[in-house]
Design a protein around this ligand. Structure first.
Ligand code: LLP
Length: 447
Protein backbone atom coordinates (compact mmCIF):
# COMPACT_ATOMS: atom_id res chain seq x y z
CA UNK A 1 0.00 0.00 0.00
CA UNK A 2 1.16 3.52 -0.71
CA UNK A 3 0.90 6.40 1.75
CA UNK A 4 -1.72 7.96 -0.49
CA UNK A 5 -3.89 4.90 -0.25
CA UNK A 6 -3.69 4.92 3.56
CA UNK A 7 -4.19 8.71 3.86
CA UNK A 8 -6.23 9.84 0.83
CA UNK A 9 -6.42 13.33 2.37
CA UNK A 10 -2.73 13.75 1.48
CA UNK A 11 -3.80 13.90 -2.16
CA UNK A 12 -5.27 17.39 -1.97
CA UNK A 13 -1.88 18.82 -1.01
CA UNK A 14 -0.14 17.26 -4.00
CA UNK A 15 -0.21 17.99 -7.72
CA UNK A 16 -2.76 15.58 -9.20
CA UNK A 17 -1.09 12.54 -10.72
CA UNK A 18 -1.10 12.25 -14.50
CA UNK A 19 -1.61 9.28 -16.75
CA UNK A 20 1.05 8.48 -19.37
CA UNK A 21 1.02 11.31 -21.91
CA UNK A 22 2.28 8.96 -24.62
CA UNK A 23 -1.19 7.38 -24.86
CA UNK A 24 -3.53 9.78 -23.01
CA UNK A 25 -4.29 13.41 -23.84
CA UNK A 26 -1.74 15.69 -22.11
CA UNK A 27 -4.30 17.02 -19.65
CA UNK A 28 -5.32 13.67 -18.14
CA UNK A 29 -5.25 13.50 -14.34
CA UNK A 30 -6.86 11.88 -11.32
CA UNK A 31 -9.13 14.25 -9.39
CA UNK A 32 -9.59 14.42 -5.63
CA UNK A 33 -12.14 11.61 -5.78
CA UNK A 34 -9.65 9.43 -7.64
CA UNK A 35 -11.55 9.68 -10.95
CA UNK A 36 -9.83 10.20 -14.30
CA UNK A 37 -10.33 13.64 -15.79
CA UNK A 38 -9.50 14.78 -19.32
CA UNK A 39 -9.26 18.53 -19.93
CA UNK A 40 -10.72 19.03 -16.47
CA UNK A 41 -13.83 16.89 -17.03
CA UNK A 42 -14.35 13.64 -15.09
CA UNK A 43 -14.87 10.76 -17.50
CA UNK A 44 -17.34 9.15 -15.08
CA UNK A 45 -19.51 12.30 -15.27
CA UNK A 46 -19.50 12.07 -19.08
CA UNK A 47 -20.54 8.42 -18.84
CA UNK A 48 -23.40 9.39 -16.49
CA UNK A 49 -24.55 12.28 -18.66
CA UNK A 50 -24.27 10.80 -22.16
CA UNK A 51 -24.38 7.08 -21.48
CA UNK A 52 -21.90 4.51 -22.76
CA UNK A 53 -20.15 3.65 -24.96
CA UNK A 54 -19.06 7.20 -25.72
CA UNK A 55 -16.07 8.62 -27.54
CA UNK A 56 -14.46 11.52 -25.68
CA UNK A 57 -12.36 13.90 -27.76
CA UNK A 58 -9.97 16.48 -26.31
CA UNK A 59 -9.96 19.58 -28.53
CA UNK A 60 -6.72 20.93 -27.05
CA UNK A 61 -4.93 17.67 -27.77
CA UNK A 62 -6.01 17.81 -31.43
CA UNK A 63 -4.82 21.39 -31.68
CA UNK A 64 -1.57 20.55 -29.90
CA UNK A 65 -0.79 17.80 -32.40
CA UNK A 66 -1.48 20.16 -35.31
CA UNK A 67 0.81 22.74 -33.72
CA UNK A 68 3.58 20.14 -33.33
CA UNK A 69 3.44 19.42 -37.08
CA UNK A 70 3.44 23.13 -37.93
CA UNK A 71 6.41 23.68 -35.64
CA UNK A 72 8.54 20.84 -36.95
CA UNK A 73 7.58 21.28 -40.62
CA UNK A 74 7.26 25.06 -40.95
CA UNK A 75 7.67 24.99 -44.73
CA UNK A 76 5.52 21.97 -45.48
CA UNK A 77 1.80 21.79 -46.09
CA UNK A 78 0.17 19.61 -43.43
CA UNK A 79 -2.99 18.01 -44.74
CA UNK A 80 -5.21 16.32 -42.15
CA UNK A 81 -6.37 12.89 -43.39
CA UNK A 82 -10.06 13.10 -42.56
CA UNK A 83 -10.54 9.34 -42.83
CA UNK A 84 -9.06 9.07 -39.31
CA UNK A 85 -11.96 11.05 -37.82
CA UNK A 86 -14.21 13.53 -39.56
CA UNK A 87 -16.79 15.80 -38.00
CA UNK A 88 -17.46 19.48 -38.58
CA UNK A 89 -15.72 20.38 -35.30
CA UNK A 90 -12.68 18.33 -36.20
CA UNK A 91 -12.48 20.01 -39.63
CA UNK A 92 -12.78 23.42 -37.99
CA UNK A 93 -10.11 22.77 -35.33
CA UNK A 94 -7.50 21.48 -37.77
CA UNK A 95 -8.05 24.24 -40.32
CA UNK A 96 -7.93 26.89 -37.59
CA UNK A 97 -4.49 25.45 -36.78
CA UNK A 98 -3.40 26.00 -40.39
CA UNK A 99 -3.86 22.50 -41.80
CA UNK A 100 -5.46 21.55 -45.10
CA UNK A 101 -7.86 18.59 -45.31
CA UNK A 102 -7.70 15.37 -47.33
CA UNK A 103 -11.07 13.78 -48.05
CA UNK A 104 -11.71 10.47 -49.77
CA UNK A 105 -15.44 10.56 -50.51
CA UNK A 106 -18.33 12.86 -51.25
CA UNK A 107 -19.41 12.36 -47.63
CA UNK A 108 -16.13 13.61 -46.16
CA UNK A 109 -16.12 16.42 -48.73
CA UNK A 110 -19.63 17.46 -47.66
CA UNK A 111 -18.58 17.58 -43.99
CA UNK A 112 -15.49 19.65 -44.82
CA UNK A 113 -17.57 22.09 -46.87
CA UNK A 114 -20.27 22.27 -44.18
CA UNK A 115 -17.54 23.14 -41.67
CA UNK A 116 -16.52 26.04 -43.89
CA UNK A 117 -13.18 24.62 -45.06
CA UNK A 118 -11.83 26.62 -48.00
CA UNK A 119 -12.27 24.27 -51.01
CA UNK A 120 -8.87 25.36 -52.30
CA UNK A 121 -7.37 23.68 -49.20
CA UNK A 122 -9.12 20.36 -49.80
CA UNK A 123 -7.40 17.40 -51.48
CA UNK A 124 -9.50 14.53 -52.87
CA UNK A 125 -8.23 10.95 -52.71
CA UNK A 126 -9.58 7.50 -53.51
CA UNK A 127 -8.69 4.40 -55.47
CA UNK A 128 -12.05 4.24 -57.27
CA UNK A 129 -13.66 7.63 -57.20
CA UNK A 130 -17.21 7.43 -58.56
CA UNK A 131 -18.06 9.87 -61.36
CA UNK A 132 -20.54 11.70 -59.11
CA UNK A 133 -17.81 12.28 -56.49
CA UNK A 134 -15.40 13.71 -59.03
CA UNK A 135 -18.27 15.88 -60.25
CA UNK A 136 -19.01 17.07 -56.70
CA UNK A 137 -15.33 17.82 -56.12
CA UNK A 138 -15.01 19.81 -59.34
CA UNK A 139 -18.25 21.67 -58.62
CA UNK A 140 -17.00 22.55 -55.13
CA UNK A 141 -13.68 23.74 -56.56
CA UNK A 142 -11.42 21.46 -54.52
CA UNK A 143 -7.80 22.54 -54.74
CA UNK A 144 -6.22 19.26 -55.80
CA UNK A 145 -7.38 15.84 -56.90
CA UNK A 146 -5.02 12.89 -56.55
CA UNK A 147 -5.43 10.72 -59.63
CA UNK A 148 -5.29 6.99 -59.05
CA UNK A 149 -6.09 5.41 -62.43
CA UNK A 150 -6.23 6.04 -66.18
CA UNK A 151 -10.03 5.94 -65.98
CA UNK A 152 -9.95 8.90 -63.62
CA UNK A 153 -7.71 10.85 -65.99
CA UNK A 154 -10.35 10.41 -68.68
CA UNK A 155 -13.31 11.18 -66.41
CA UNK A 156 -11.76 14.23 -64.83
CA UNK A 157 -10.58 15.74 -68.08
CA UNK A 158 -14.16 15.42 -69.36
CA UNK A 159 -15.54 17.02 -66.21
CA UNK A 160 -13.15 19.88 -65.52
CA UNK A 161 -14.35 23.14 -66.97
CA UNK A 162 -11.45 25.21 -65.68
CA UNK A 163 -7.85 24.20 -64.98
CA UNK A 164 -7.84 21.56 -62.24
CA UNK A 165 -4.68 20.92 -60.25
CA UNK A 166 -3.94 17.21 -59.95
CA UNK A 167 -1.30 14.98 -58.40
CA UNK A 168 -0.54 11.49 -59.64
CA UNK A 169 -0.30 8.74 -57.05
CA UNK A 170 2.71 6.44 -57.39
CA UNK A 171 3.67 3.43 -55.32
CA UNK A 172 7.39 3.87 -54.63
CA UNK A 173 8.17 0.17 -54.02
CA UNK A 174 8.94 0.61 -50.33
CA UNK A 175 7.92 -2.17 -47.97
CA UNK A 176 7.35 -0.84 -44.46
CA UNK A 177 6.61 -4.34 -43.13
CA UNK A 178 3.25 -3.38 -41.64
CA UNK A 179 0.00 -5.33 -41.46
CA UNK A 180 -0.93 -6.47 -45.02
CA UNK A 181 -4.24 -4.55 -44.76
CA UNK A 182 -2.45 -1.20 -44.52
CA UNK A 183 0.65 -1.74 -46.67
CA UNK A 184 0.39 0.72 -49.54
CA UNK A 185 3.93 1.57 -50.64
CA UNK A 186 4.70 -1.74 -52.35
CA UNK A 187 4.18 -2.24 -56.09
CA UNK A 188 1.65 -5.07 -55.96
CA UNK A 189 -1.32 -3.28 -54.37
CA UNK A 190 -4.37 -1.43 -55.62
CA UNK A 191 -3.39 2.23 -55.20
CA UNK A 192 -1.88 4.46 -57.88
CA UNK A 193 0.76 3.39 -60.39
CA UNK A 194 3.98 1.46 -59.74
CA UNK A 195 6.90 3.89 -59.88
CA UNK A 196 8.85 3.67 -63.12
CA UNK A 197 6.16 1.54 -64.81
CA UNK A 198 4.85 1.94 -68.36
CA UNK A 199 1.38 2.69 -66.91
CA UNK A 200 2.79 5.51 -64.79
CA UNK A 201 4.51 6.96 -67.87
CA UNK A 202 1.28 6.69 -69.84
CA UNK A 203 -0.68 8.41 -67.05
CA UNK A 204 1.78 11.31 -67.03
CA UNK A 205 1.57 11.67 -70.82
CA UNK A 206 -2.21 11.56 -70.83
CA UNK A 207 -2.52 14.14 -68.08
CA UNK A 208 -0.07 16.45 -69.81
CA UNK A 209 -2.11 16.21 -73.03
CA UNK A 210 -5.27 17.42 -71.26
CA UNK A 211 -5.61 21.19 -71.37
CA UNK A 212 -7.87 21.24 -68.28
CA UNK A 213 -5.55 19.19 -66.05
CA UNK A 214 -2.48 20.72 -64.39
CA UNK A 215 -0.08 18.10 -63.09
CA UNK A 216 1.44 19.86 -60.07
CA UNK A 217 3.08 16.90 -58.38
CA UNK A 218 3.36 13.28 -57.31
CA UNK A 219 1.81 11.61 -54.30
CA UNK A 220 2.72 8.47 -52.37
CA UNK A 221 1.49 6.90 -49.15
CA UNK A 222 3.81 4.28 -47.70
CA UNK A 223 1.50 2.61 -45.19
CA UNK A 224 0.32 2.86 -41.60
CA UNK A 225 1.90 2.95 -38.15
CA UNK A 226 5.37 3.71 -39.53
CA UNK A 227 7.75 4.63 -36.72
CA UNK A 228 11.00 4.49 -38.71
CA UNK A 229 11.47 7.87 -40.46
CA UNK A 230 14.07 6.45 -42.86
CA UNK A 231 11.30 5.08 -45.07
CA UNK A 232 10.20 8.65 -45.80
CA UNK A 233 13.78 9.63 -46.71
CA UNK A 234 13.82 6.79 -49.22
CA UNK A 235 10.40 7.89 -50.48
CA UNK A 236 11.71 11.40 -51.09
CA UNK A 237 14.74 10.09 -53.02
CA UNK A 238 12.66 7.87 -55.30
CA UNK A 239 9.90 10.38 -55.91
CA UNK A 240 12.27 13.29 -56.64
CA UNK A 241 14.14 11.10 -59.13
CA UNK A 242 10.82 10.46 -60.87
CA UNK A 243 9.85 14.13 -60.87
CA UNK A 244 13.23 14.94 -62.41
CA UNK A 245 12.66 12.29 -65.07
CA UNK A 246 9.34 13.88 -66.08
CA UNK A 247 11.12 17.23 -66.24
CA UNK A 248 13.82 15.82 -68.53
CA UNK A 249 11.46 13.88 -70.78
CA UNK A 250 8.57 16.34 -71.04
CA UNK A 251 10.05 19.67 -69.97
CA UNK A 252 7.27 19.78 -67.37
CA UNK A 253 8.23 21.01 -63.89
CA UNK A 254 6.22 19.66 -60.96
CA UNK A 255 6.44 21.66 -57.76
CA UNK A 256 4.64 19.54 -55.16
CA UNK A 257 5.60 16.29 -53.48
CA UNK A 258 2.97 14.79 -51.18
CA UNK A 259 4.45 12.08 -48.95
CA UNK A 260 1.11 10.87 -47.57
CA UNK A 261 0.59 9.96 -43.91
CA UNK A 262 1.20 6.86 -41.84
CA UNK A 263 3.10 8.28 -38.85
CA UNK A 264 2.91 5.86 -35.93
CA UNK A 265 1.35 6.61 -32.57
CA UNK A 266 1.73 4.63 -29.33
CA UNK A 267 -1.44 2.72 -28.45
CA UNK A 268 0.07 1.39 -25.24
CA UNK A 269 2.85 2.76 -23.05
CA UNK A 270 6.19 1.91 -24.56
CA UNK A 271 4.93 1.38 -28.14
CA UNK A 272 7.17 3.08 -30.71
CA UNK A 273 5.88 6.29 -32.27
CA UNK A 274 7.09 8.60 -35.02
CA UNK A 275 9.56 11.20 -33.80
CA UNK A 276 8.64 14.39 -35.67
CA UNK A 277 11.96 16.29 -35.32
CA UNK A 278 13.80 13.20 -36.60
CA UNK A 279 11.37 12.82 -39.49
CA UNK A 280 11.82 16.50 -40.33
CA UNK A 281 15.62 16.15 -40.45
CA UNK A 282 15.51 13.02 -42.57
CA UNK A 283 13.05 14.47 -45.09
CA UNK A 284 15.07 17.68 -45.29
CA UNK A 285 18.39 15.88 -45.85
CA UNK A 286 16.89 13.52 -48.41
CA UNK A 287 15.34 16.45 -50.24
CA UNK A 288 18.63 18.38 -50.34
CA UNK A 289 20.56 15.35 -51.57
CA UNK A 290 17.99 14.22 -54.16
CA UNK A 291 17.44 17.69 -55.60
CA UNK A 292 21.19 18.30 -55.86
CA UNK A 293 21.75 14.92 -57.48
CA UNK A 294 19.06 15.42 -60.12
CA UNK A 295 19.54 19.18 -60.53
CA UNK A 296 15.90 19.57 -59.64
CA UNK A 297 14.39 22.57 -57.82
CA UNK A 298 13.10 21.76 -54.34
CA UNK A 299 9.44 20.80 -54.48
CA UNK A 300 7.00 21.97 -51.84
CA UNK A 301 6.50 19.06 -49.41
CA UNK A 302 3.07 18.00 -48.17
CA UNK A 303 2.25 15.38 -45.53
CA UNK A 304 -1.07 13.82 -44.63
CA UNK A 305 -1.14 12.69 -41.01
CA UNK A 306 -4.48 11.41 -39.79
CA UNK A 307 -3.86 9.09 -36.85
CA UNK A 308 -1.05 11.23 -35.44
CA UNK A 309 -3.46 14.17 -35.16
CA UNK A 310 -6.56 12.42 -33.83
CA UNK A 311 -5.58 9.19 -32.05
CA UNK A 312 -4.32 10.41 -28.70
CA UNK A 313 -7.09 12.99 -28.35
CA UNK A 314 -9.68 10.22 -28.08
CA UNK A 315 -10.71 8.08 -25.11
CA UNK A 316 -13.61 5.62 -25.29
CA UNK A 317 -15.81 5.02 -22.24
CA UNK A 318 -17.62 1.77 -21.55
CA UNK A 319 -19.65 0.48 -18.65
CA UNK A 320 -18.81 -2.93 -17.22
CA UNK A 321 -21.78 -5.23 -17.80
CA UNK A 322 -20.50 -8.41 -16.20
CA UNK A 323 -17.35 -10.23 -15.18
CA UNK A 324 -16.80 -13.91 -15.90
CA UNK A 325 -14.01 -16.00 -14.43
CA UNK A 326 -13.87 -19.01 -16.75
CA UNK A 327 -12.71 -22.04 -14.81
CA UNK A 328 -9.30 -22.99 -16.14
CA UNK A 329 -9.52 -20.07 -18.58
CA UNK A 330 -9.46 -16.32 -18.76
CA UNK A 331 -11.30 -13.64 -16.83
CA UNK A 332 -13.57 -11.71 -19.17
CA UNK A 333 -14.74 -8.20 -18.36
CA UNK A 334 -17.70 -7.69 -20.67
CA UNK A 335 -18.59 -4.11 -21.51
CA UNK A 336 -21.46 -2.43 -23.35
CA UNK A 337 -19.46 -1.66 -26.52
CA UNK A 338 -16.93 -3.63 -28.55
CA UNK A 339 -16.11 -4.33 -32.15
CA UNK A 340 -18.76 -1.90 -33.43
CA UNK A 341 -16.99 1.09 -31.94
CA UNK A 342 -13.48 -0.40 -32.15
CA UNK A 343 -13.01 -3.00 -34.88
CA UNK A 344 -9.23 -2.46 -34.90
CA UNK A 345 -8.51 -5.37 -32.56
CA UNK A 346 -10.37 -7.82 -34.79
CA UNK A 347 -9.11 -6.23 -38.03
CA UNK A 348 -5.44 -5.66 -37.29
CA UNK A 349 -4.71 -7.38 -33.97
CA UNK A 350 -4.31 -3.95 -32.33
CA UNK A 351 -3.47 -3.89 -28.61
CA UNK A 352 -4.93 -1.43 -26.08
CA UNK A 353 -4.80 -0.56 -22.39
CA UNK A 354 -8.01 -0.34 -20.36
CA UNK A 355 -8.28 1.53 -17.09
CA UNK A 356 -11.06 1.92 -14.53
CA UNK A 357 -12.10 5.58 -14.74
CA UNK A 358 -14.54 6.15 -11.85
CA UNK A 359 -12.06 5.53 -9.01
CA UNK A 360 -8.36 5.29 -8.42
CA UNK A 361 -7.46 1.60 -8.65
CA UNK A 362 -6.23 0.47 -5.28
CA UNK A 363 -5.68 -2.98 -3.82
CA UNK A 364 -5.21 -6.23 -5.68
CA UNK A 365 -5.22 -6.50 -9.47
CA UNK A 366 -6.32 -9.18 -11.86
CA UNK A 367 -5.36 -9.87 -15.45
CA UNK A 368 -8.43 -9.74 -17.65
CA UNK A 369 -9.61 -9.71 -21.26
CA UNK A 370 -11.98 -6.85 -22.00
CA UNK A 371 -14.63 -8.22 -24.36
CA UNK A 372 -17.53 -6.55 -26.13
CA UNK A 373 -21.26 -7.19 -26.18
CA UNK A 374 -21.56 -8.32 -29.79
CA UNK A 375 -22.34 -11.79 -31.04
CA UNK A 376 -18.83 -12.79 -32.14
CA UNK A 377 -16.09 -14.56 -30.22
CA UNK A 378 -13.55 -12.19 -31.81
CA UNK A 379 -15.27 -9.19 -30.25
CA UNK A 380 -12.39 -8.29 -27.94
CA UNK A 381 -11.24 -4.77 -26.97
CA UNK A 382 -8.14 -5.44 -24.89
CA UNK A 383 -6.12 -8.54 -24.13
CA UNK A 384 -4.33 -9.20 -20.83
CA UNK A 385 -4.94 -5.90 -19.11
CA UNK A 386 -4.46 -5.30 -15.42
CA UNK A 387 -7.70 -4.22 -13.71
CA UNK A 388 -8.78 -4.01 -10.05
CA UNK A 389 -9.62 -7.48 -8.73
CA UNK A 390 -12.76 -6.03 -7.12
CA UNK A 391 -14.07 -4.50 -10.36
CA UNK A 392 -17.91 -4.50 -10.39
CA UNK A 393 -20.64 -4.25 -13.01
CA UNK A 394 -21.60 -0.61 -13.51
CA UNK A 395 -18.06 0.74 -13.22
CA UNK A 396 -16.61 2.82 -16.08
CA UNK A 397 -13.69 1.60 -18.16
CA UNK A 398 -11.69 3.97 -20.36
CA UNK A 399 -9.61 2.90 -23.33
CA UNK A 400 -7.11 5.56 -24.42
CA UNK A 401 -5.77 6.42 -27.86
CA UNK A 402 -9.06 5.77 -29.63
CA UNK A 403 -9.49 9.05 -31.51
CA UNK A 404 -8.42 7.79 -34.95
CA UNK A 405 -10.10 5.06 -37.04
CA UNK A 406 -12.58 4.24 -34.29
CA UNK A 407 -15.63 6.37 -34.98
CA UNK A 408 -14.74 6.38 -38.68
CA UNK A 409 -14.62 2.56 -38.82
CA UNK A 410 -17.65 2.06 -36.54
CA UNK A 411 -20.66 -0.01 -37.60
CA UNK A 412 -24.17 -0.67 -36.34
CA UNK A 413 -23.77 -4.46 -36.20
CA UNK A 414 -26.39 -6.28 -34.14
CA UNK A 415 -28.60 -3.21 -34.55
CA UNK A 416 -26.59 -1.21 -32.05
CA UNK A 417 -26.11 2.39 -33.19
CA UNK A 418 -22.79 4.19 -33.20
CA UNK A 419 -21.69 6.05 -30.04
CA UNK A 420 -21.72 9.82 -29.68
CA UNK A 421 -18.61 12.00 -29.61
CA UNK A 422 -18.32 14.32 -26.63
CA UNK A 423 -15.69 17.02 -26.96
CA UNK A 424 -13.91 18.23 -23.83
CA UNK A 425 -12.20 21.59 -23.56
CA UNK A 426 -11.07 23.68 -20.58
CA UNK A 427 -13.28 22.00 -18.00
CA UNK A 428 -16.39 21.80 -20.20
CA UNK A 429 -17.89 19.10 -22.36
CA UNK A 430 -20.13 19.29 -25.38
CA UNK A 431 -21.65 16.59 -27.53
CA UNK A 432 -20.48 17.17 -31.12
CA UNK A 433 -22.03 14.05 -32.63
CA UNK A 434 -25.06 12.37 -31.12
CA UNK A 435 -25.63 8.69 -30.54
CA UNK A 436 -27.20 6.72 -33.38
CA UNK A 437 -30.55 5.42 -32.13
CA UNK A 438 -32.89 2.59 -33.18
CA UNK A 439 -34.99 5.37 -34.77
CA UNK A 440 -31.98 6.30 -36.97
CA UNK A 441 -31.61 2.67 -38.00
CA UNK A 442 -35.34 2.41 -38.76
CA UNK A 443 -35.33 5.65 -40.75
CA UNK A 444 -33.29 3.90 -43.47
CA UNK A 445 -35.46 0.82 -43.52
CA UNK A 446 -38.09 1.39 -46.17
CA UNK A 447 -39.95 -1.81 -45.48
N1 LLP B 1 -3.09 9.66 -46.87
C1 LLP B 1 -3.60 8.60 -47.52
C2 LLP B 1 -3.63 8.62 -48.98
C3 LLP B 1 -4.10 7.50 -46.82
O1 LLP B 1 -4.57 6.45 -47.48
C4 LLP B 1 -4.06 7.51 -45.40
C5 LLP B 1 -4.57 6.37 -44.64
C6 LLP B 1 -3.54 8.65 -44.75
C7 LLP B 1 -3.05 9.69 -45.52
C8 LLP B 1 -3.49 8.77 -43.27
O2 LLP B 1 -2.75 7.79 -42.68
P1 LLP B 1 -2.43 7.89 -41.10
O3 LLP B 1 -1.51 9.05 -40.89
O4 LLP B 1 -3.72 8.12 -40.43
O5 LLP B 1 -1.85 6.57 -40.77
N2 LLP B 1 -7.96 1.72 -40.70
C9 LLP B 1 -6.53 1.60 -40.49
C10 LLP B 1 -5.78 2.71 -41.16
C11 LLP B 1 -6.01 2.80 -42.64
C12 LLP B 1 -5.29 3.97 -43.22
C13 LLP B 1 -5.68 4.21 -44.61
N3 LLP B 1 -5.05 5.35 -45.21
C14 LLP B 1 -6.24 1.59 -38.99
O6 LLP B 1 -7.17 1.70 -38.20
O7 LLP B 1 -5.09 1.42 -38.59
Amino acid sequence: MTLLEIFPSLRSGMPSPRLATSVWPCETHYDDLGRITVAGVALADIADQYGTPTYVLDETEVRRRCQAYRKHFPDAEIIYAAKALMTKSMARWVTEEGLSVDVCSAGELAIALAAGVDPERIVLHGSGKPFAELEAAVAAGVGRIVLDSLTEVTLLSALATRPQKVLLRLSPDIDVHGHPAVKTGVLDQKFGFPIGSAQAAEAVERILRQPTLRLVGFHCHLGSQISNPDYYGEGVRRMVAEMARVHREHGHLMTELDLGGGHAVAYRCGDPEMNLPELADIVEDALDAACARHHFPRPHIAMEPGRAIAARAGVTLYRVMTIKHIEGGRTFVIVDGGMNDNPRVALYGARYDAVVANRHPTGAHMTATVAGRYCEAGDILAHDVSLPADLRPGEVLAIPCTGAYHHSLASSYNGVGRPPIVAVHEGRCQQILRRETPADLLSRDLG
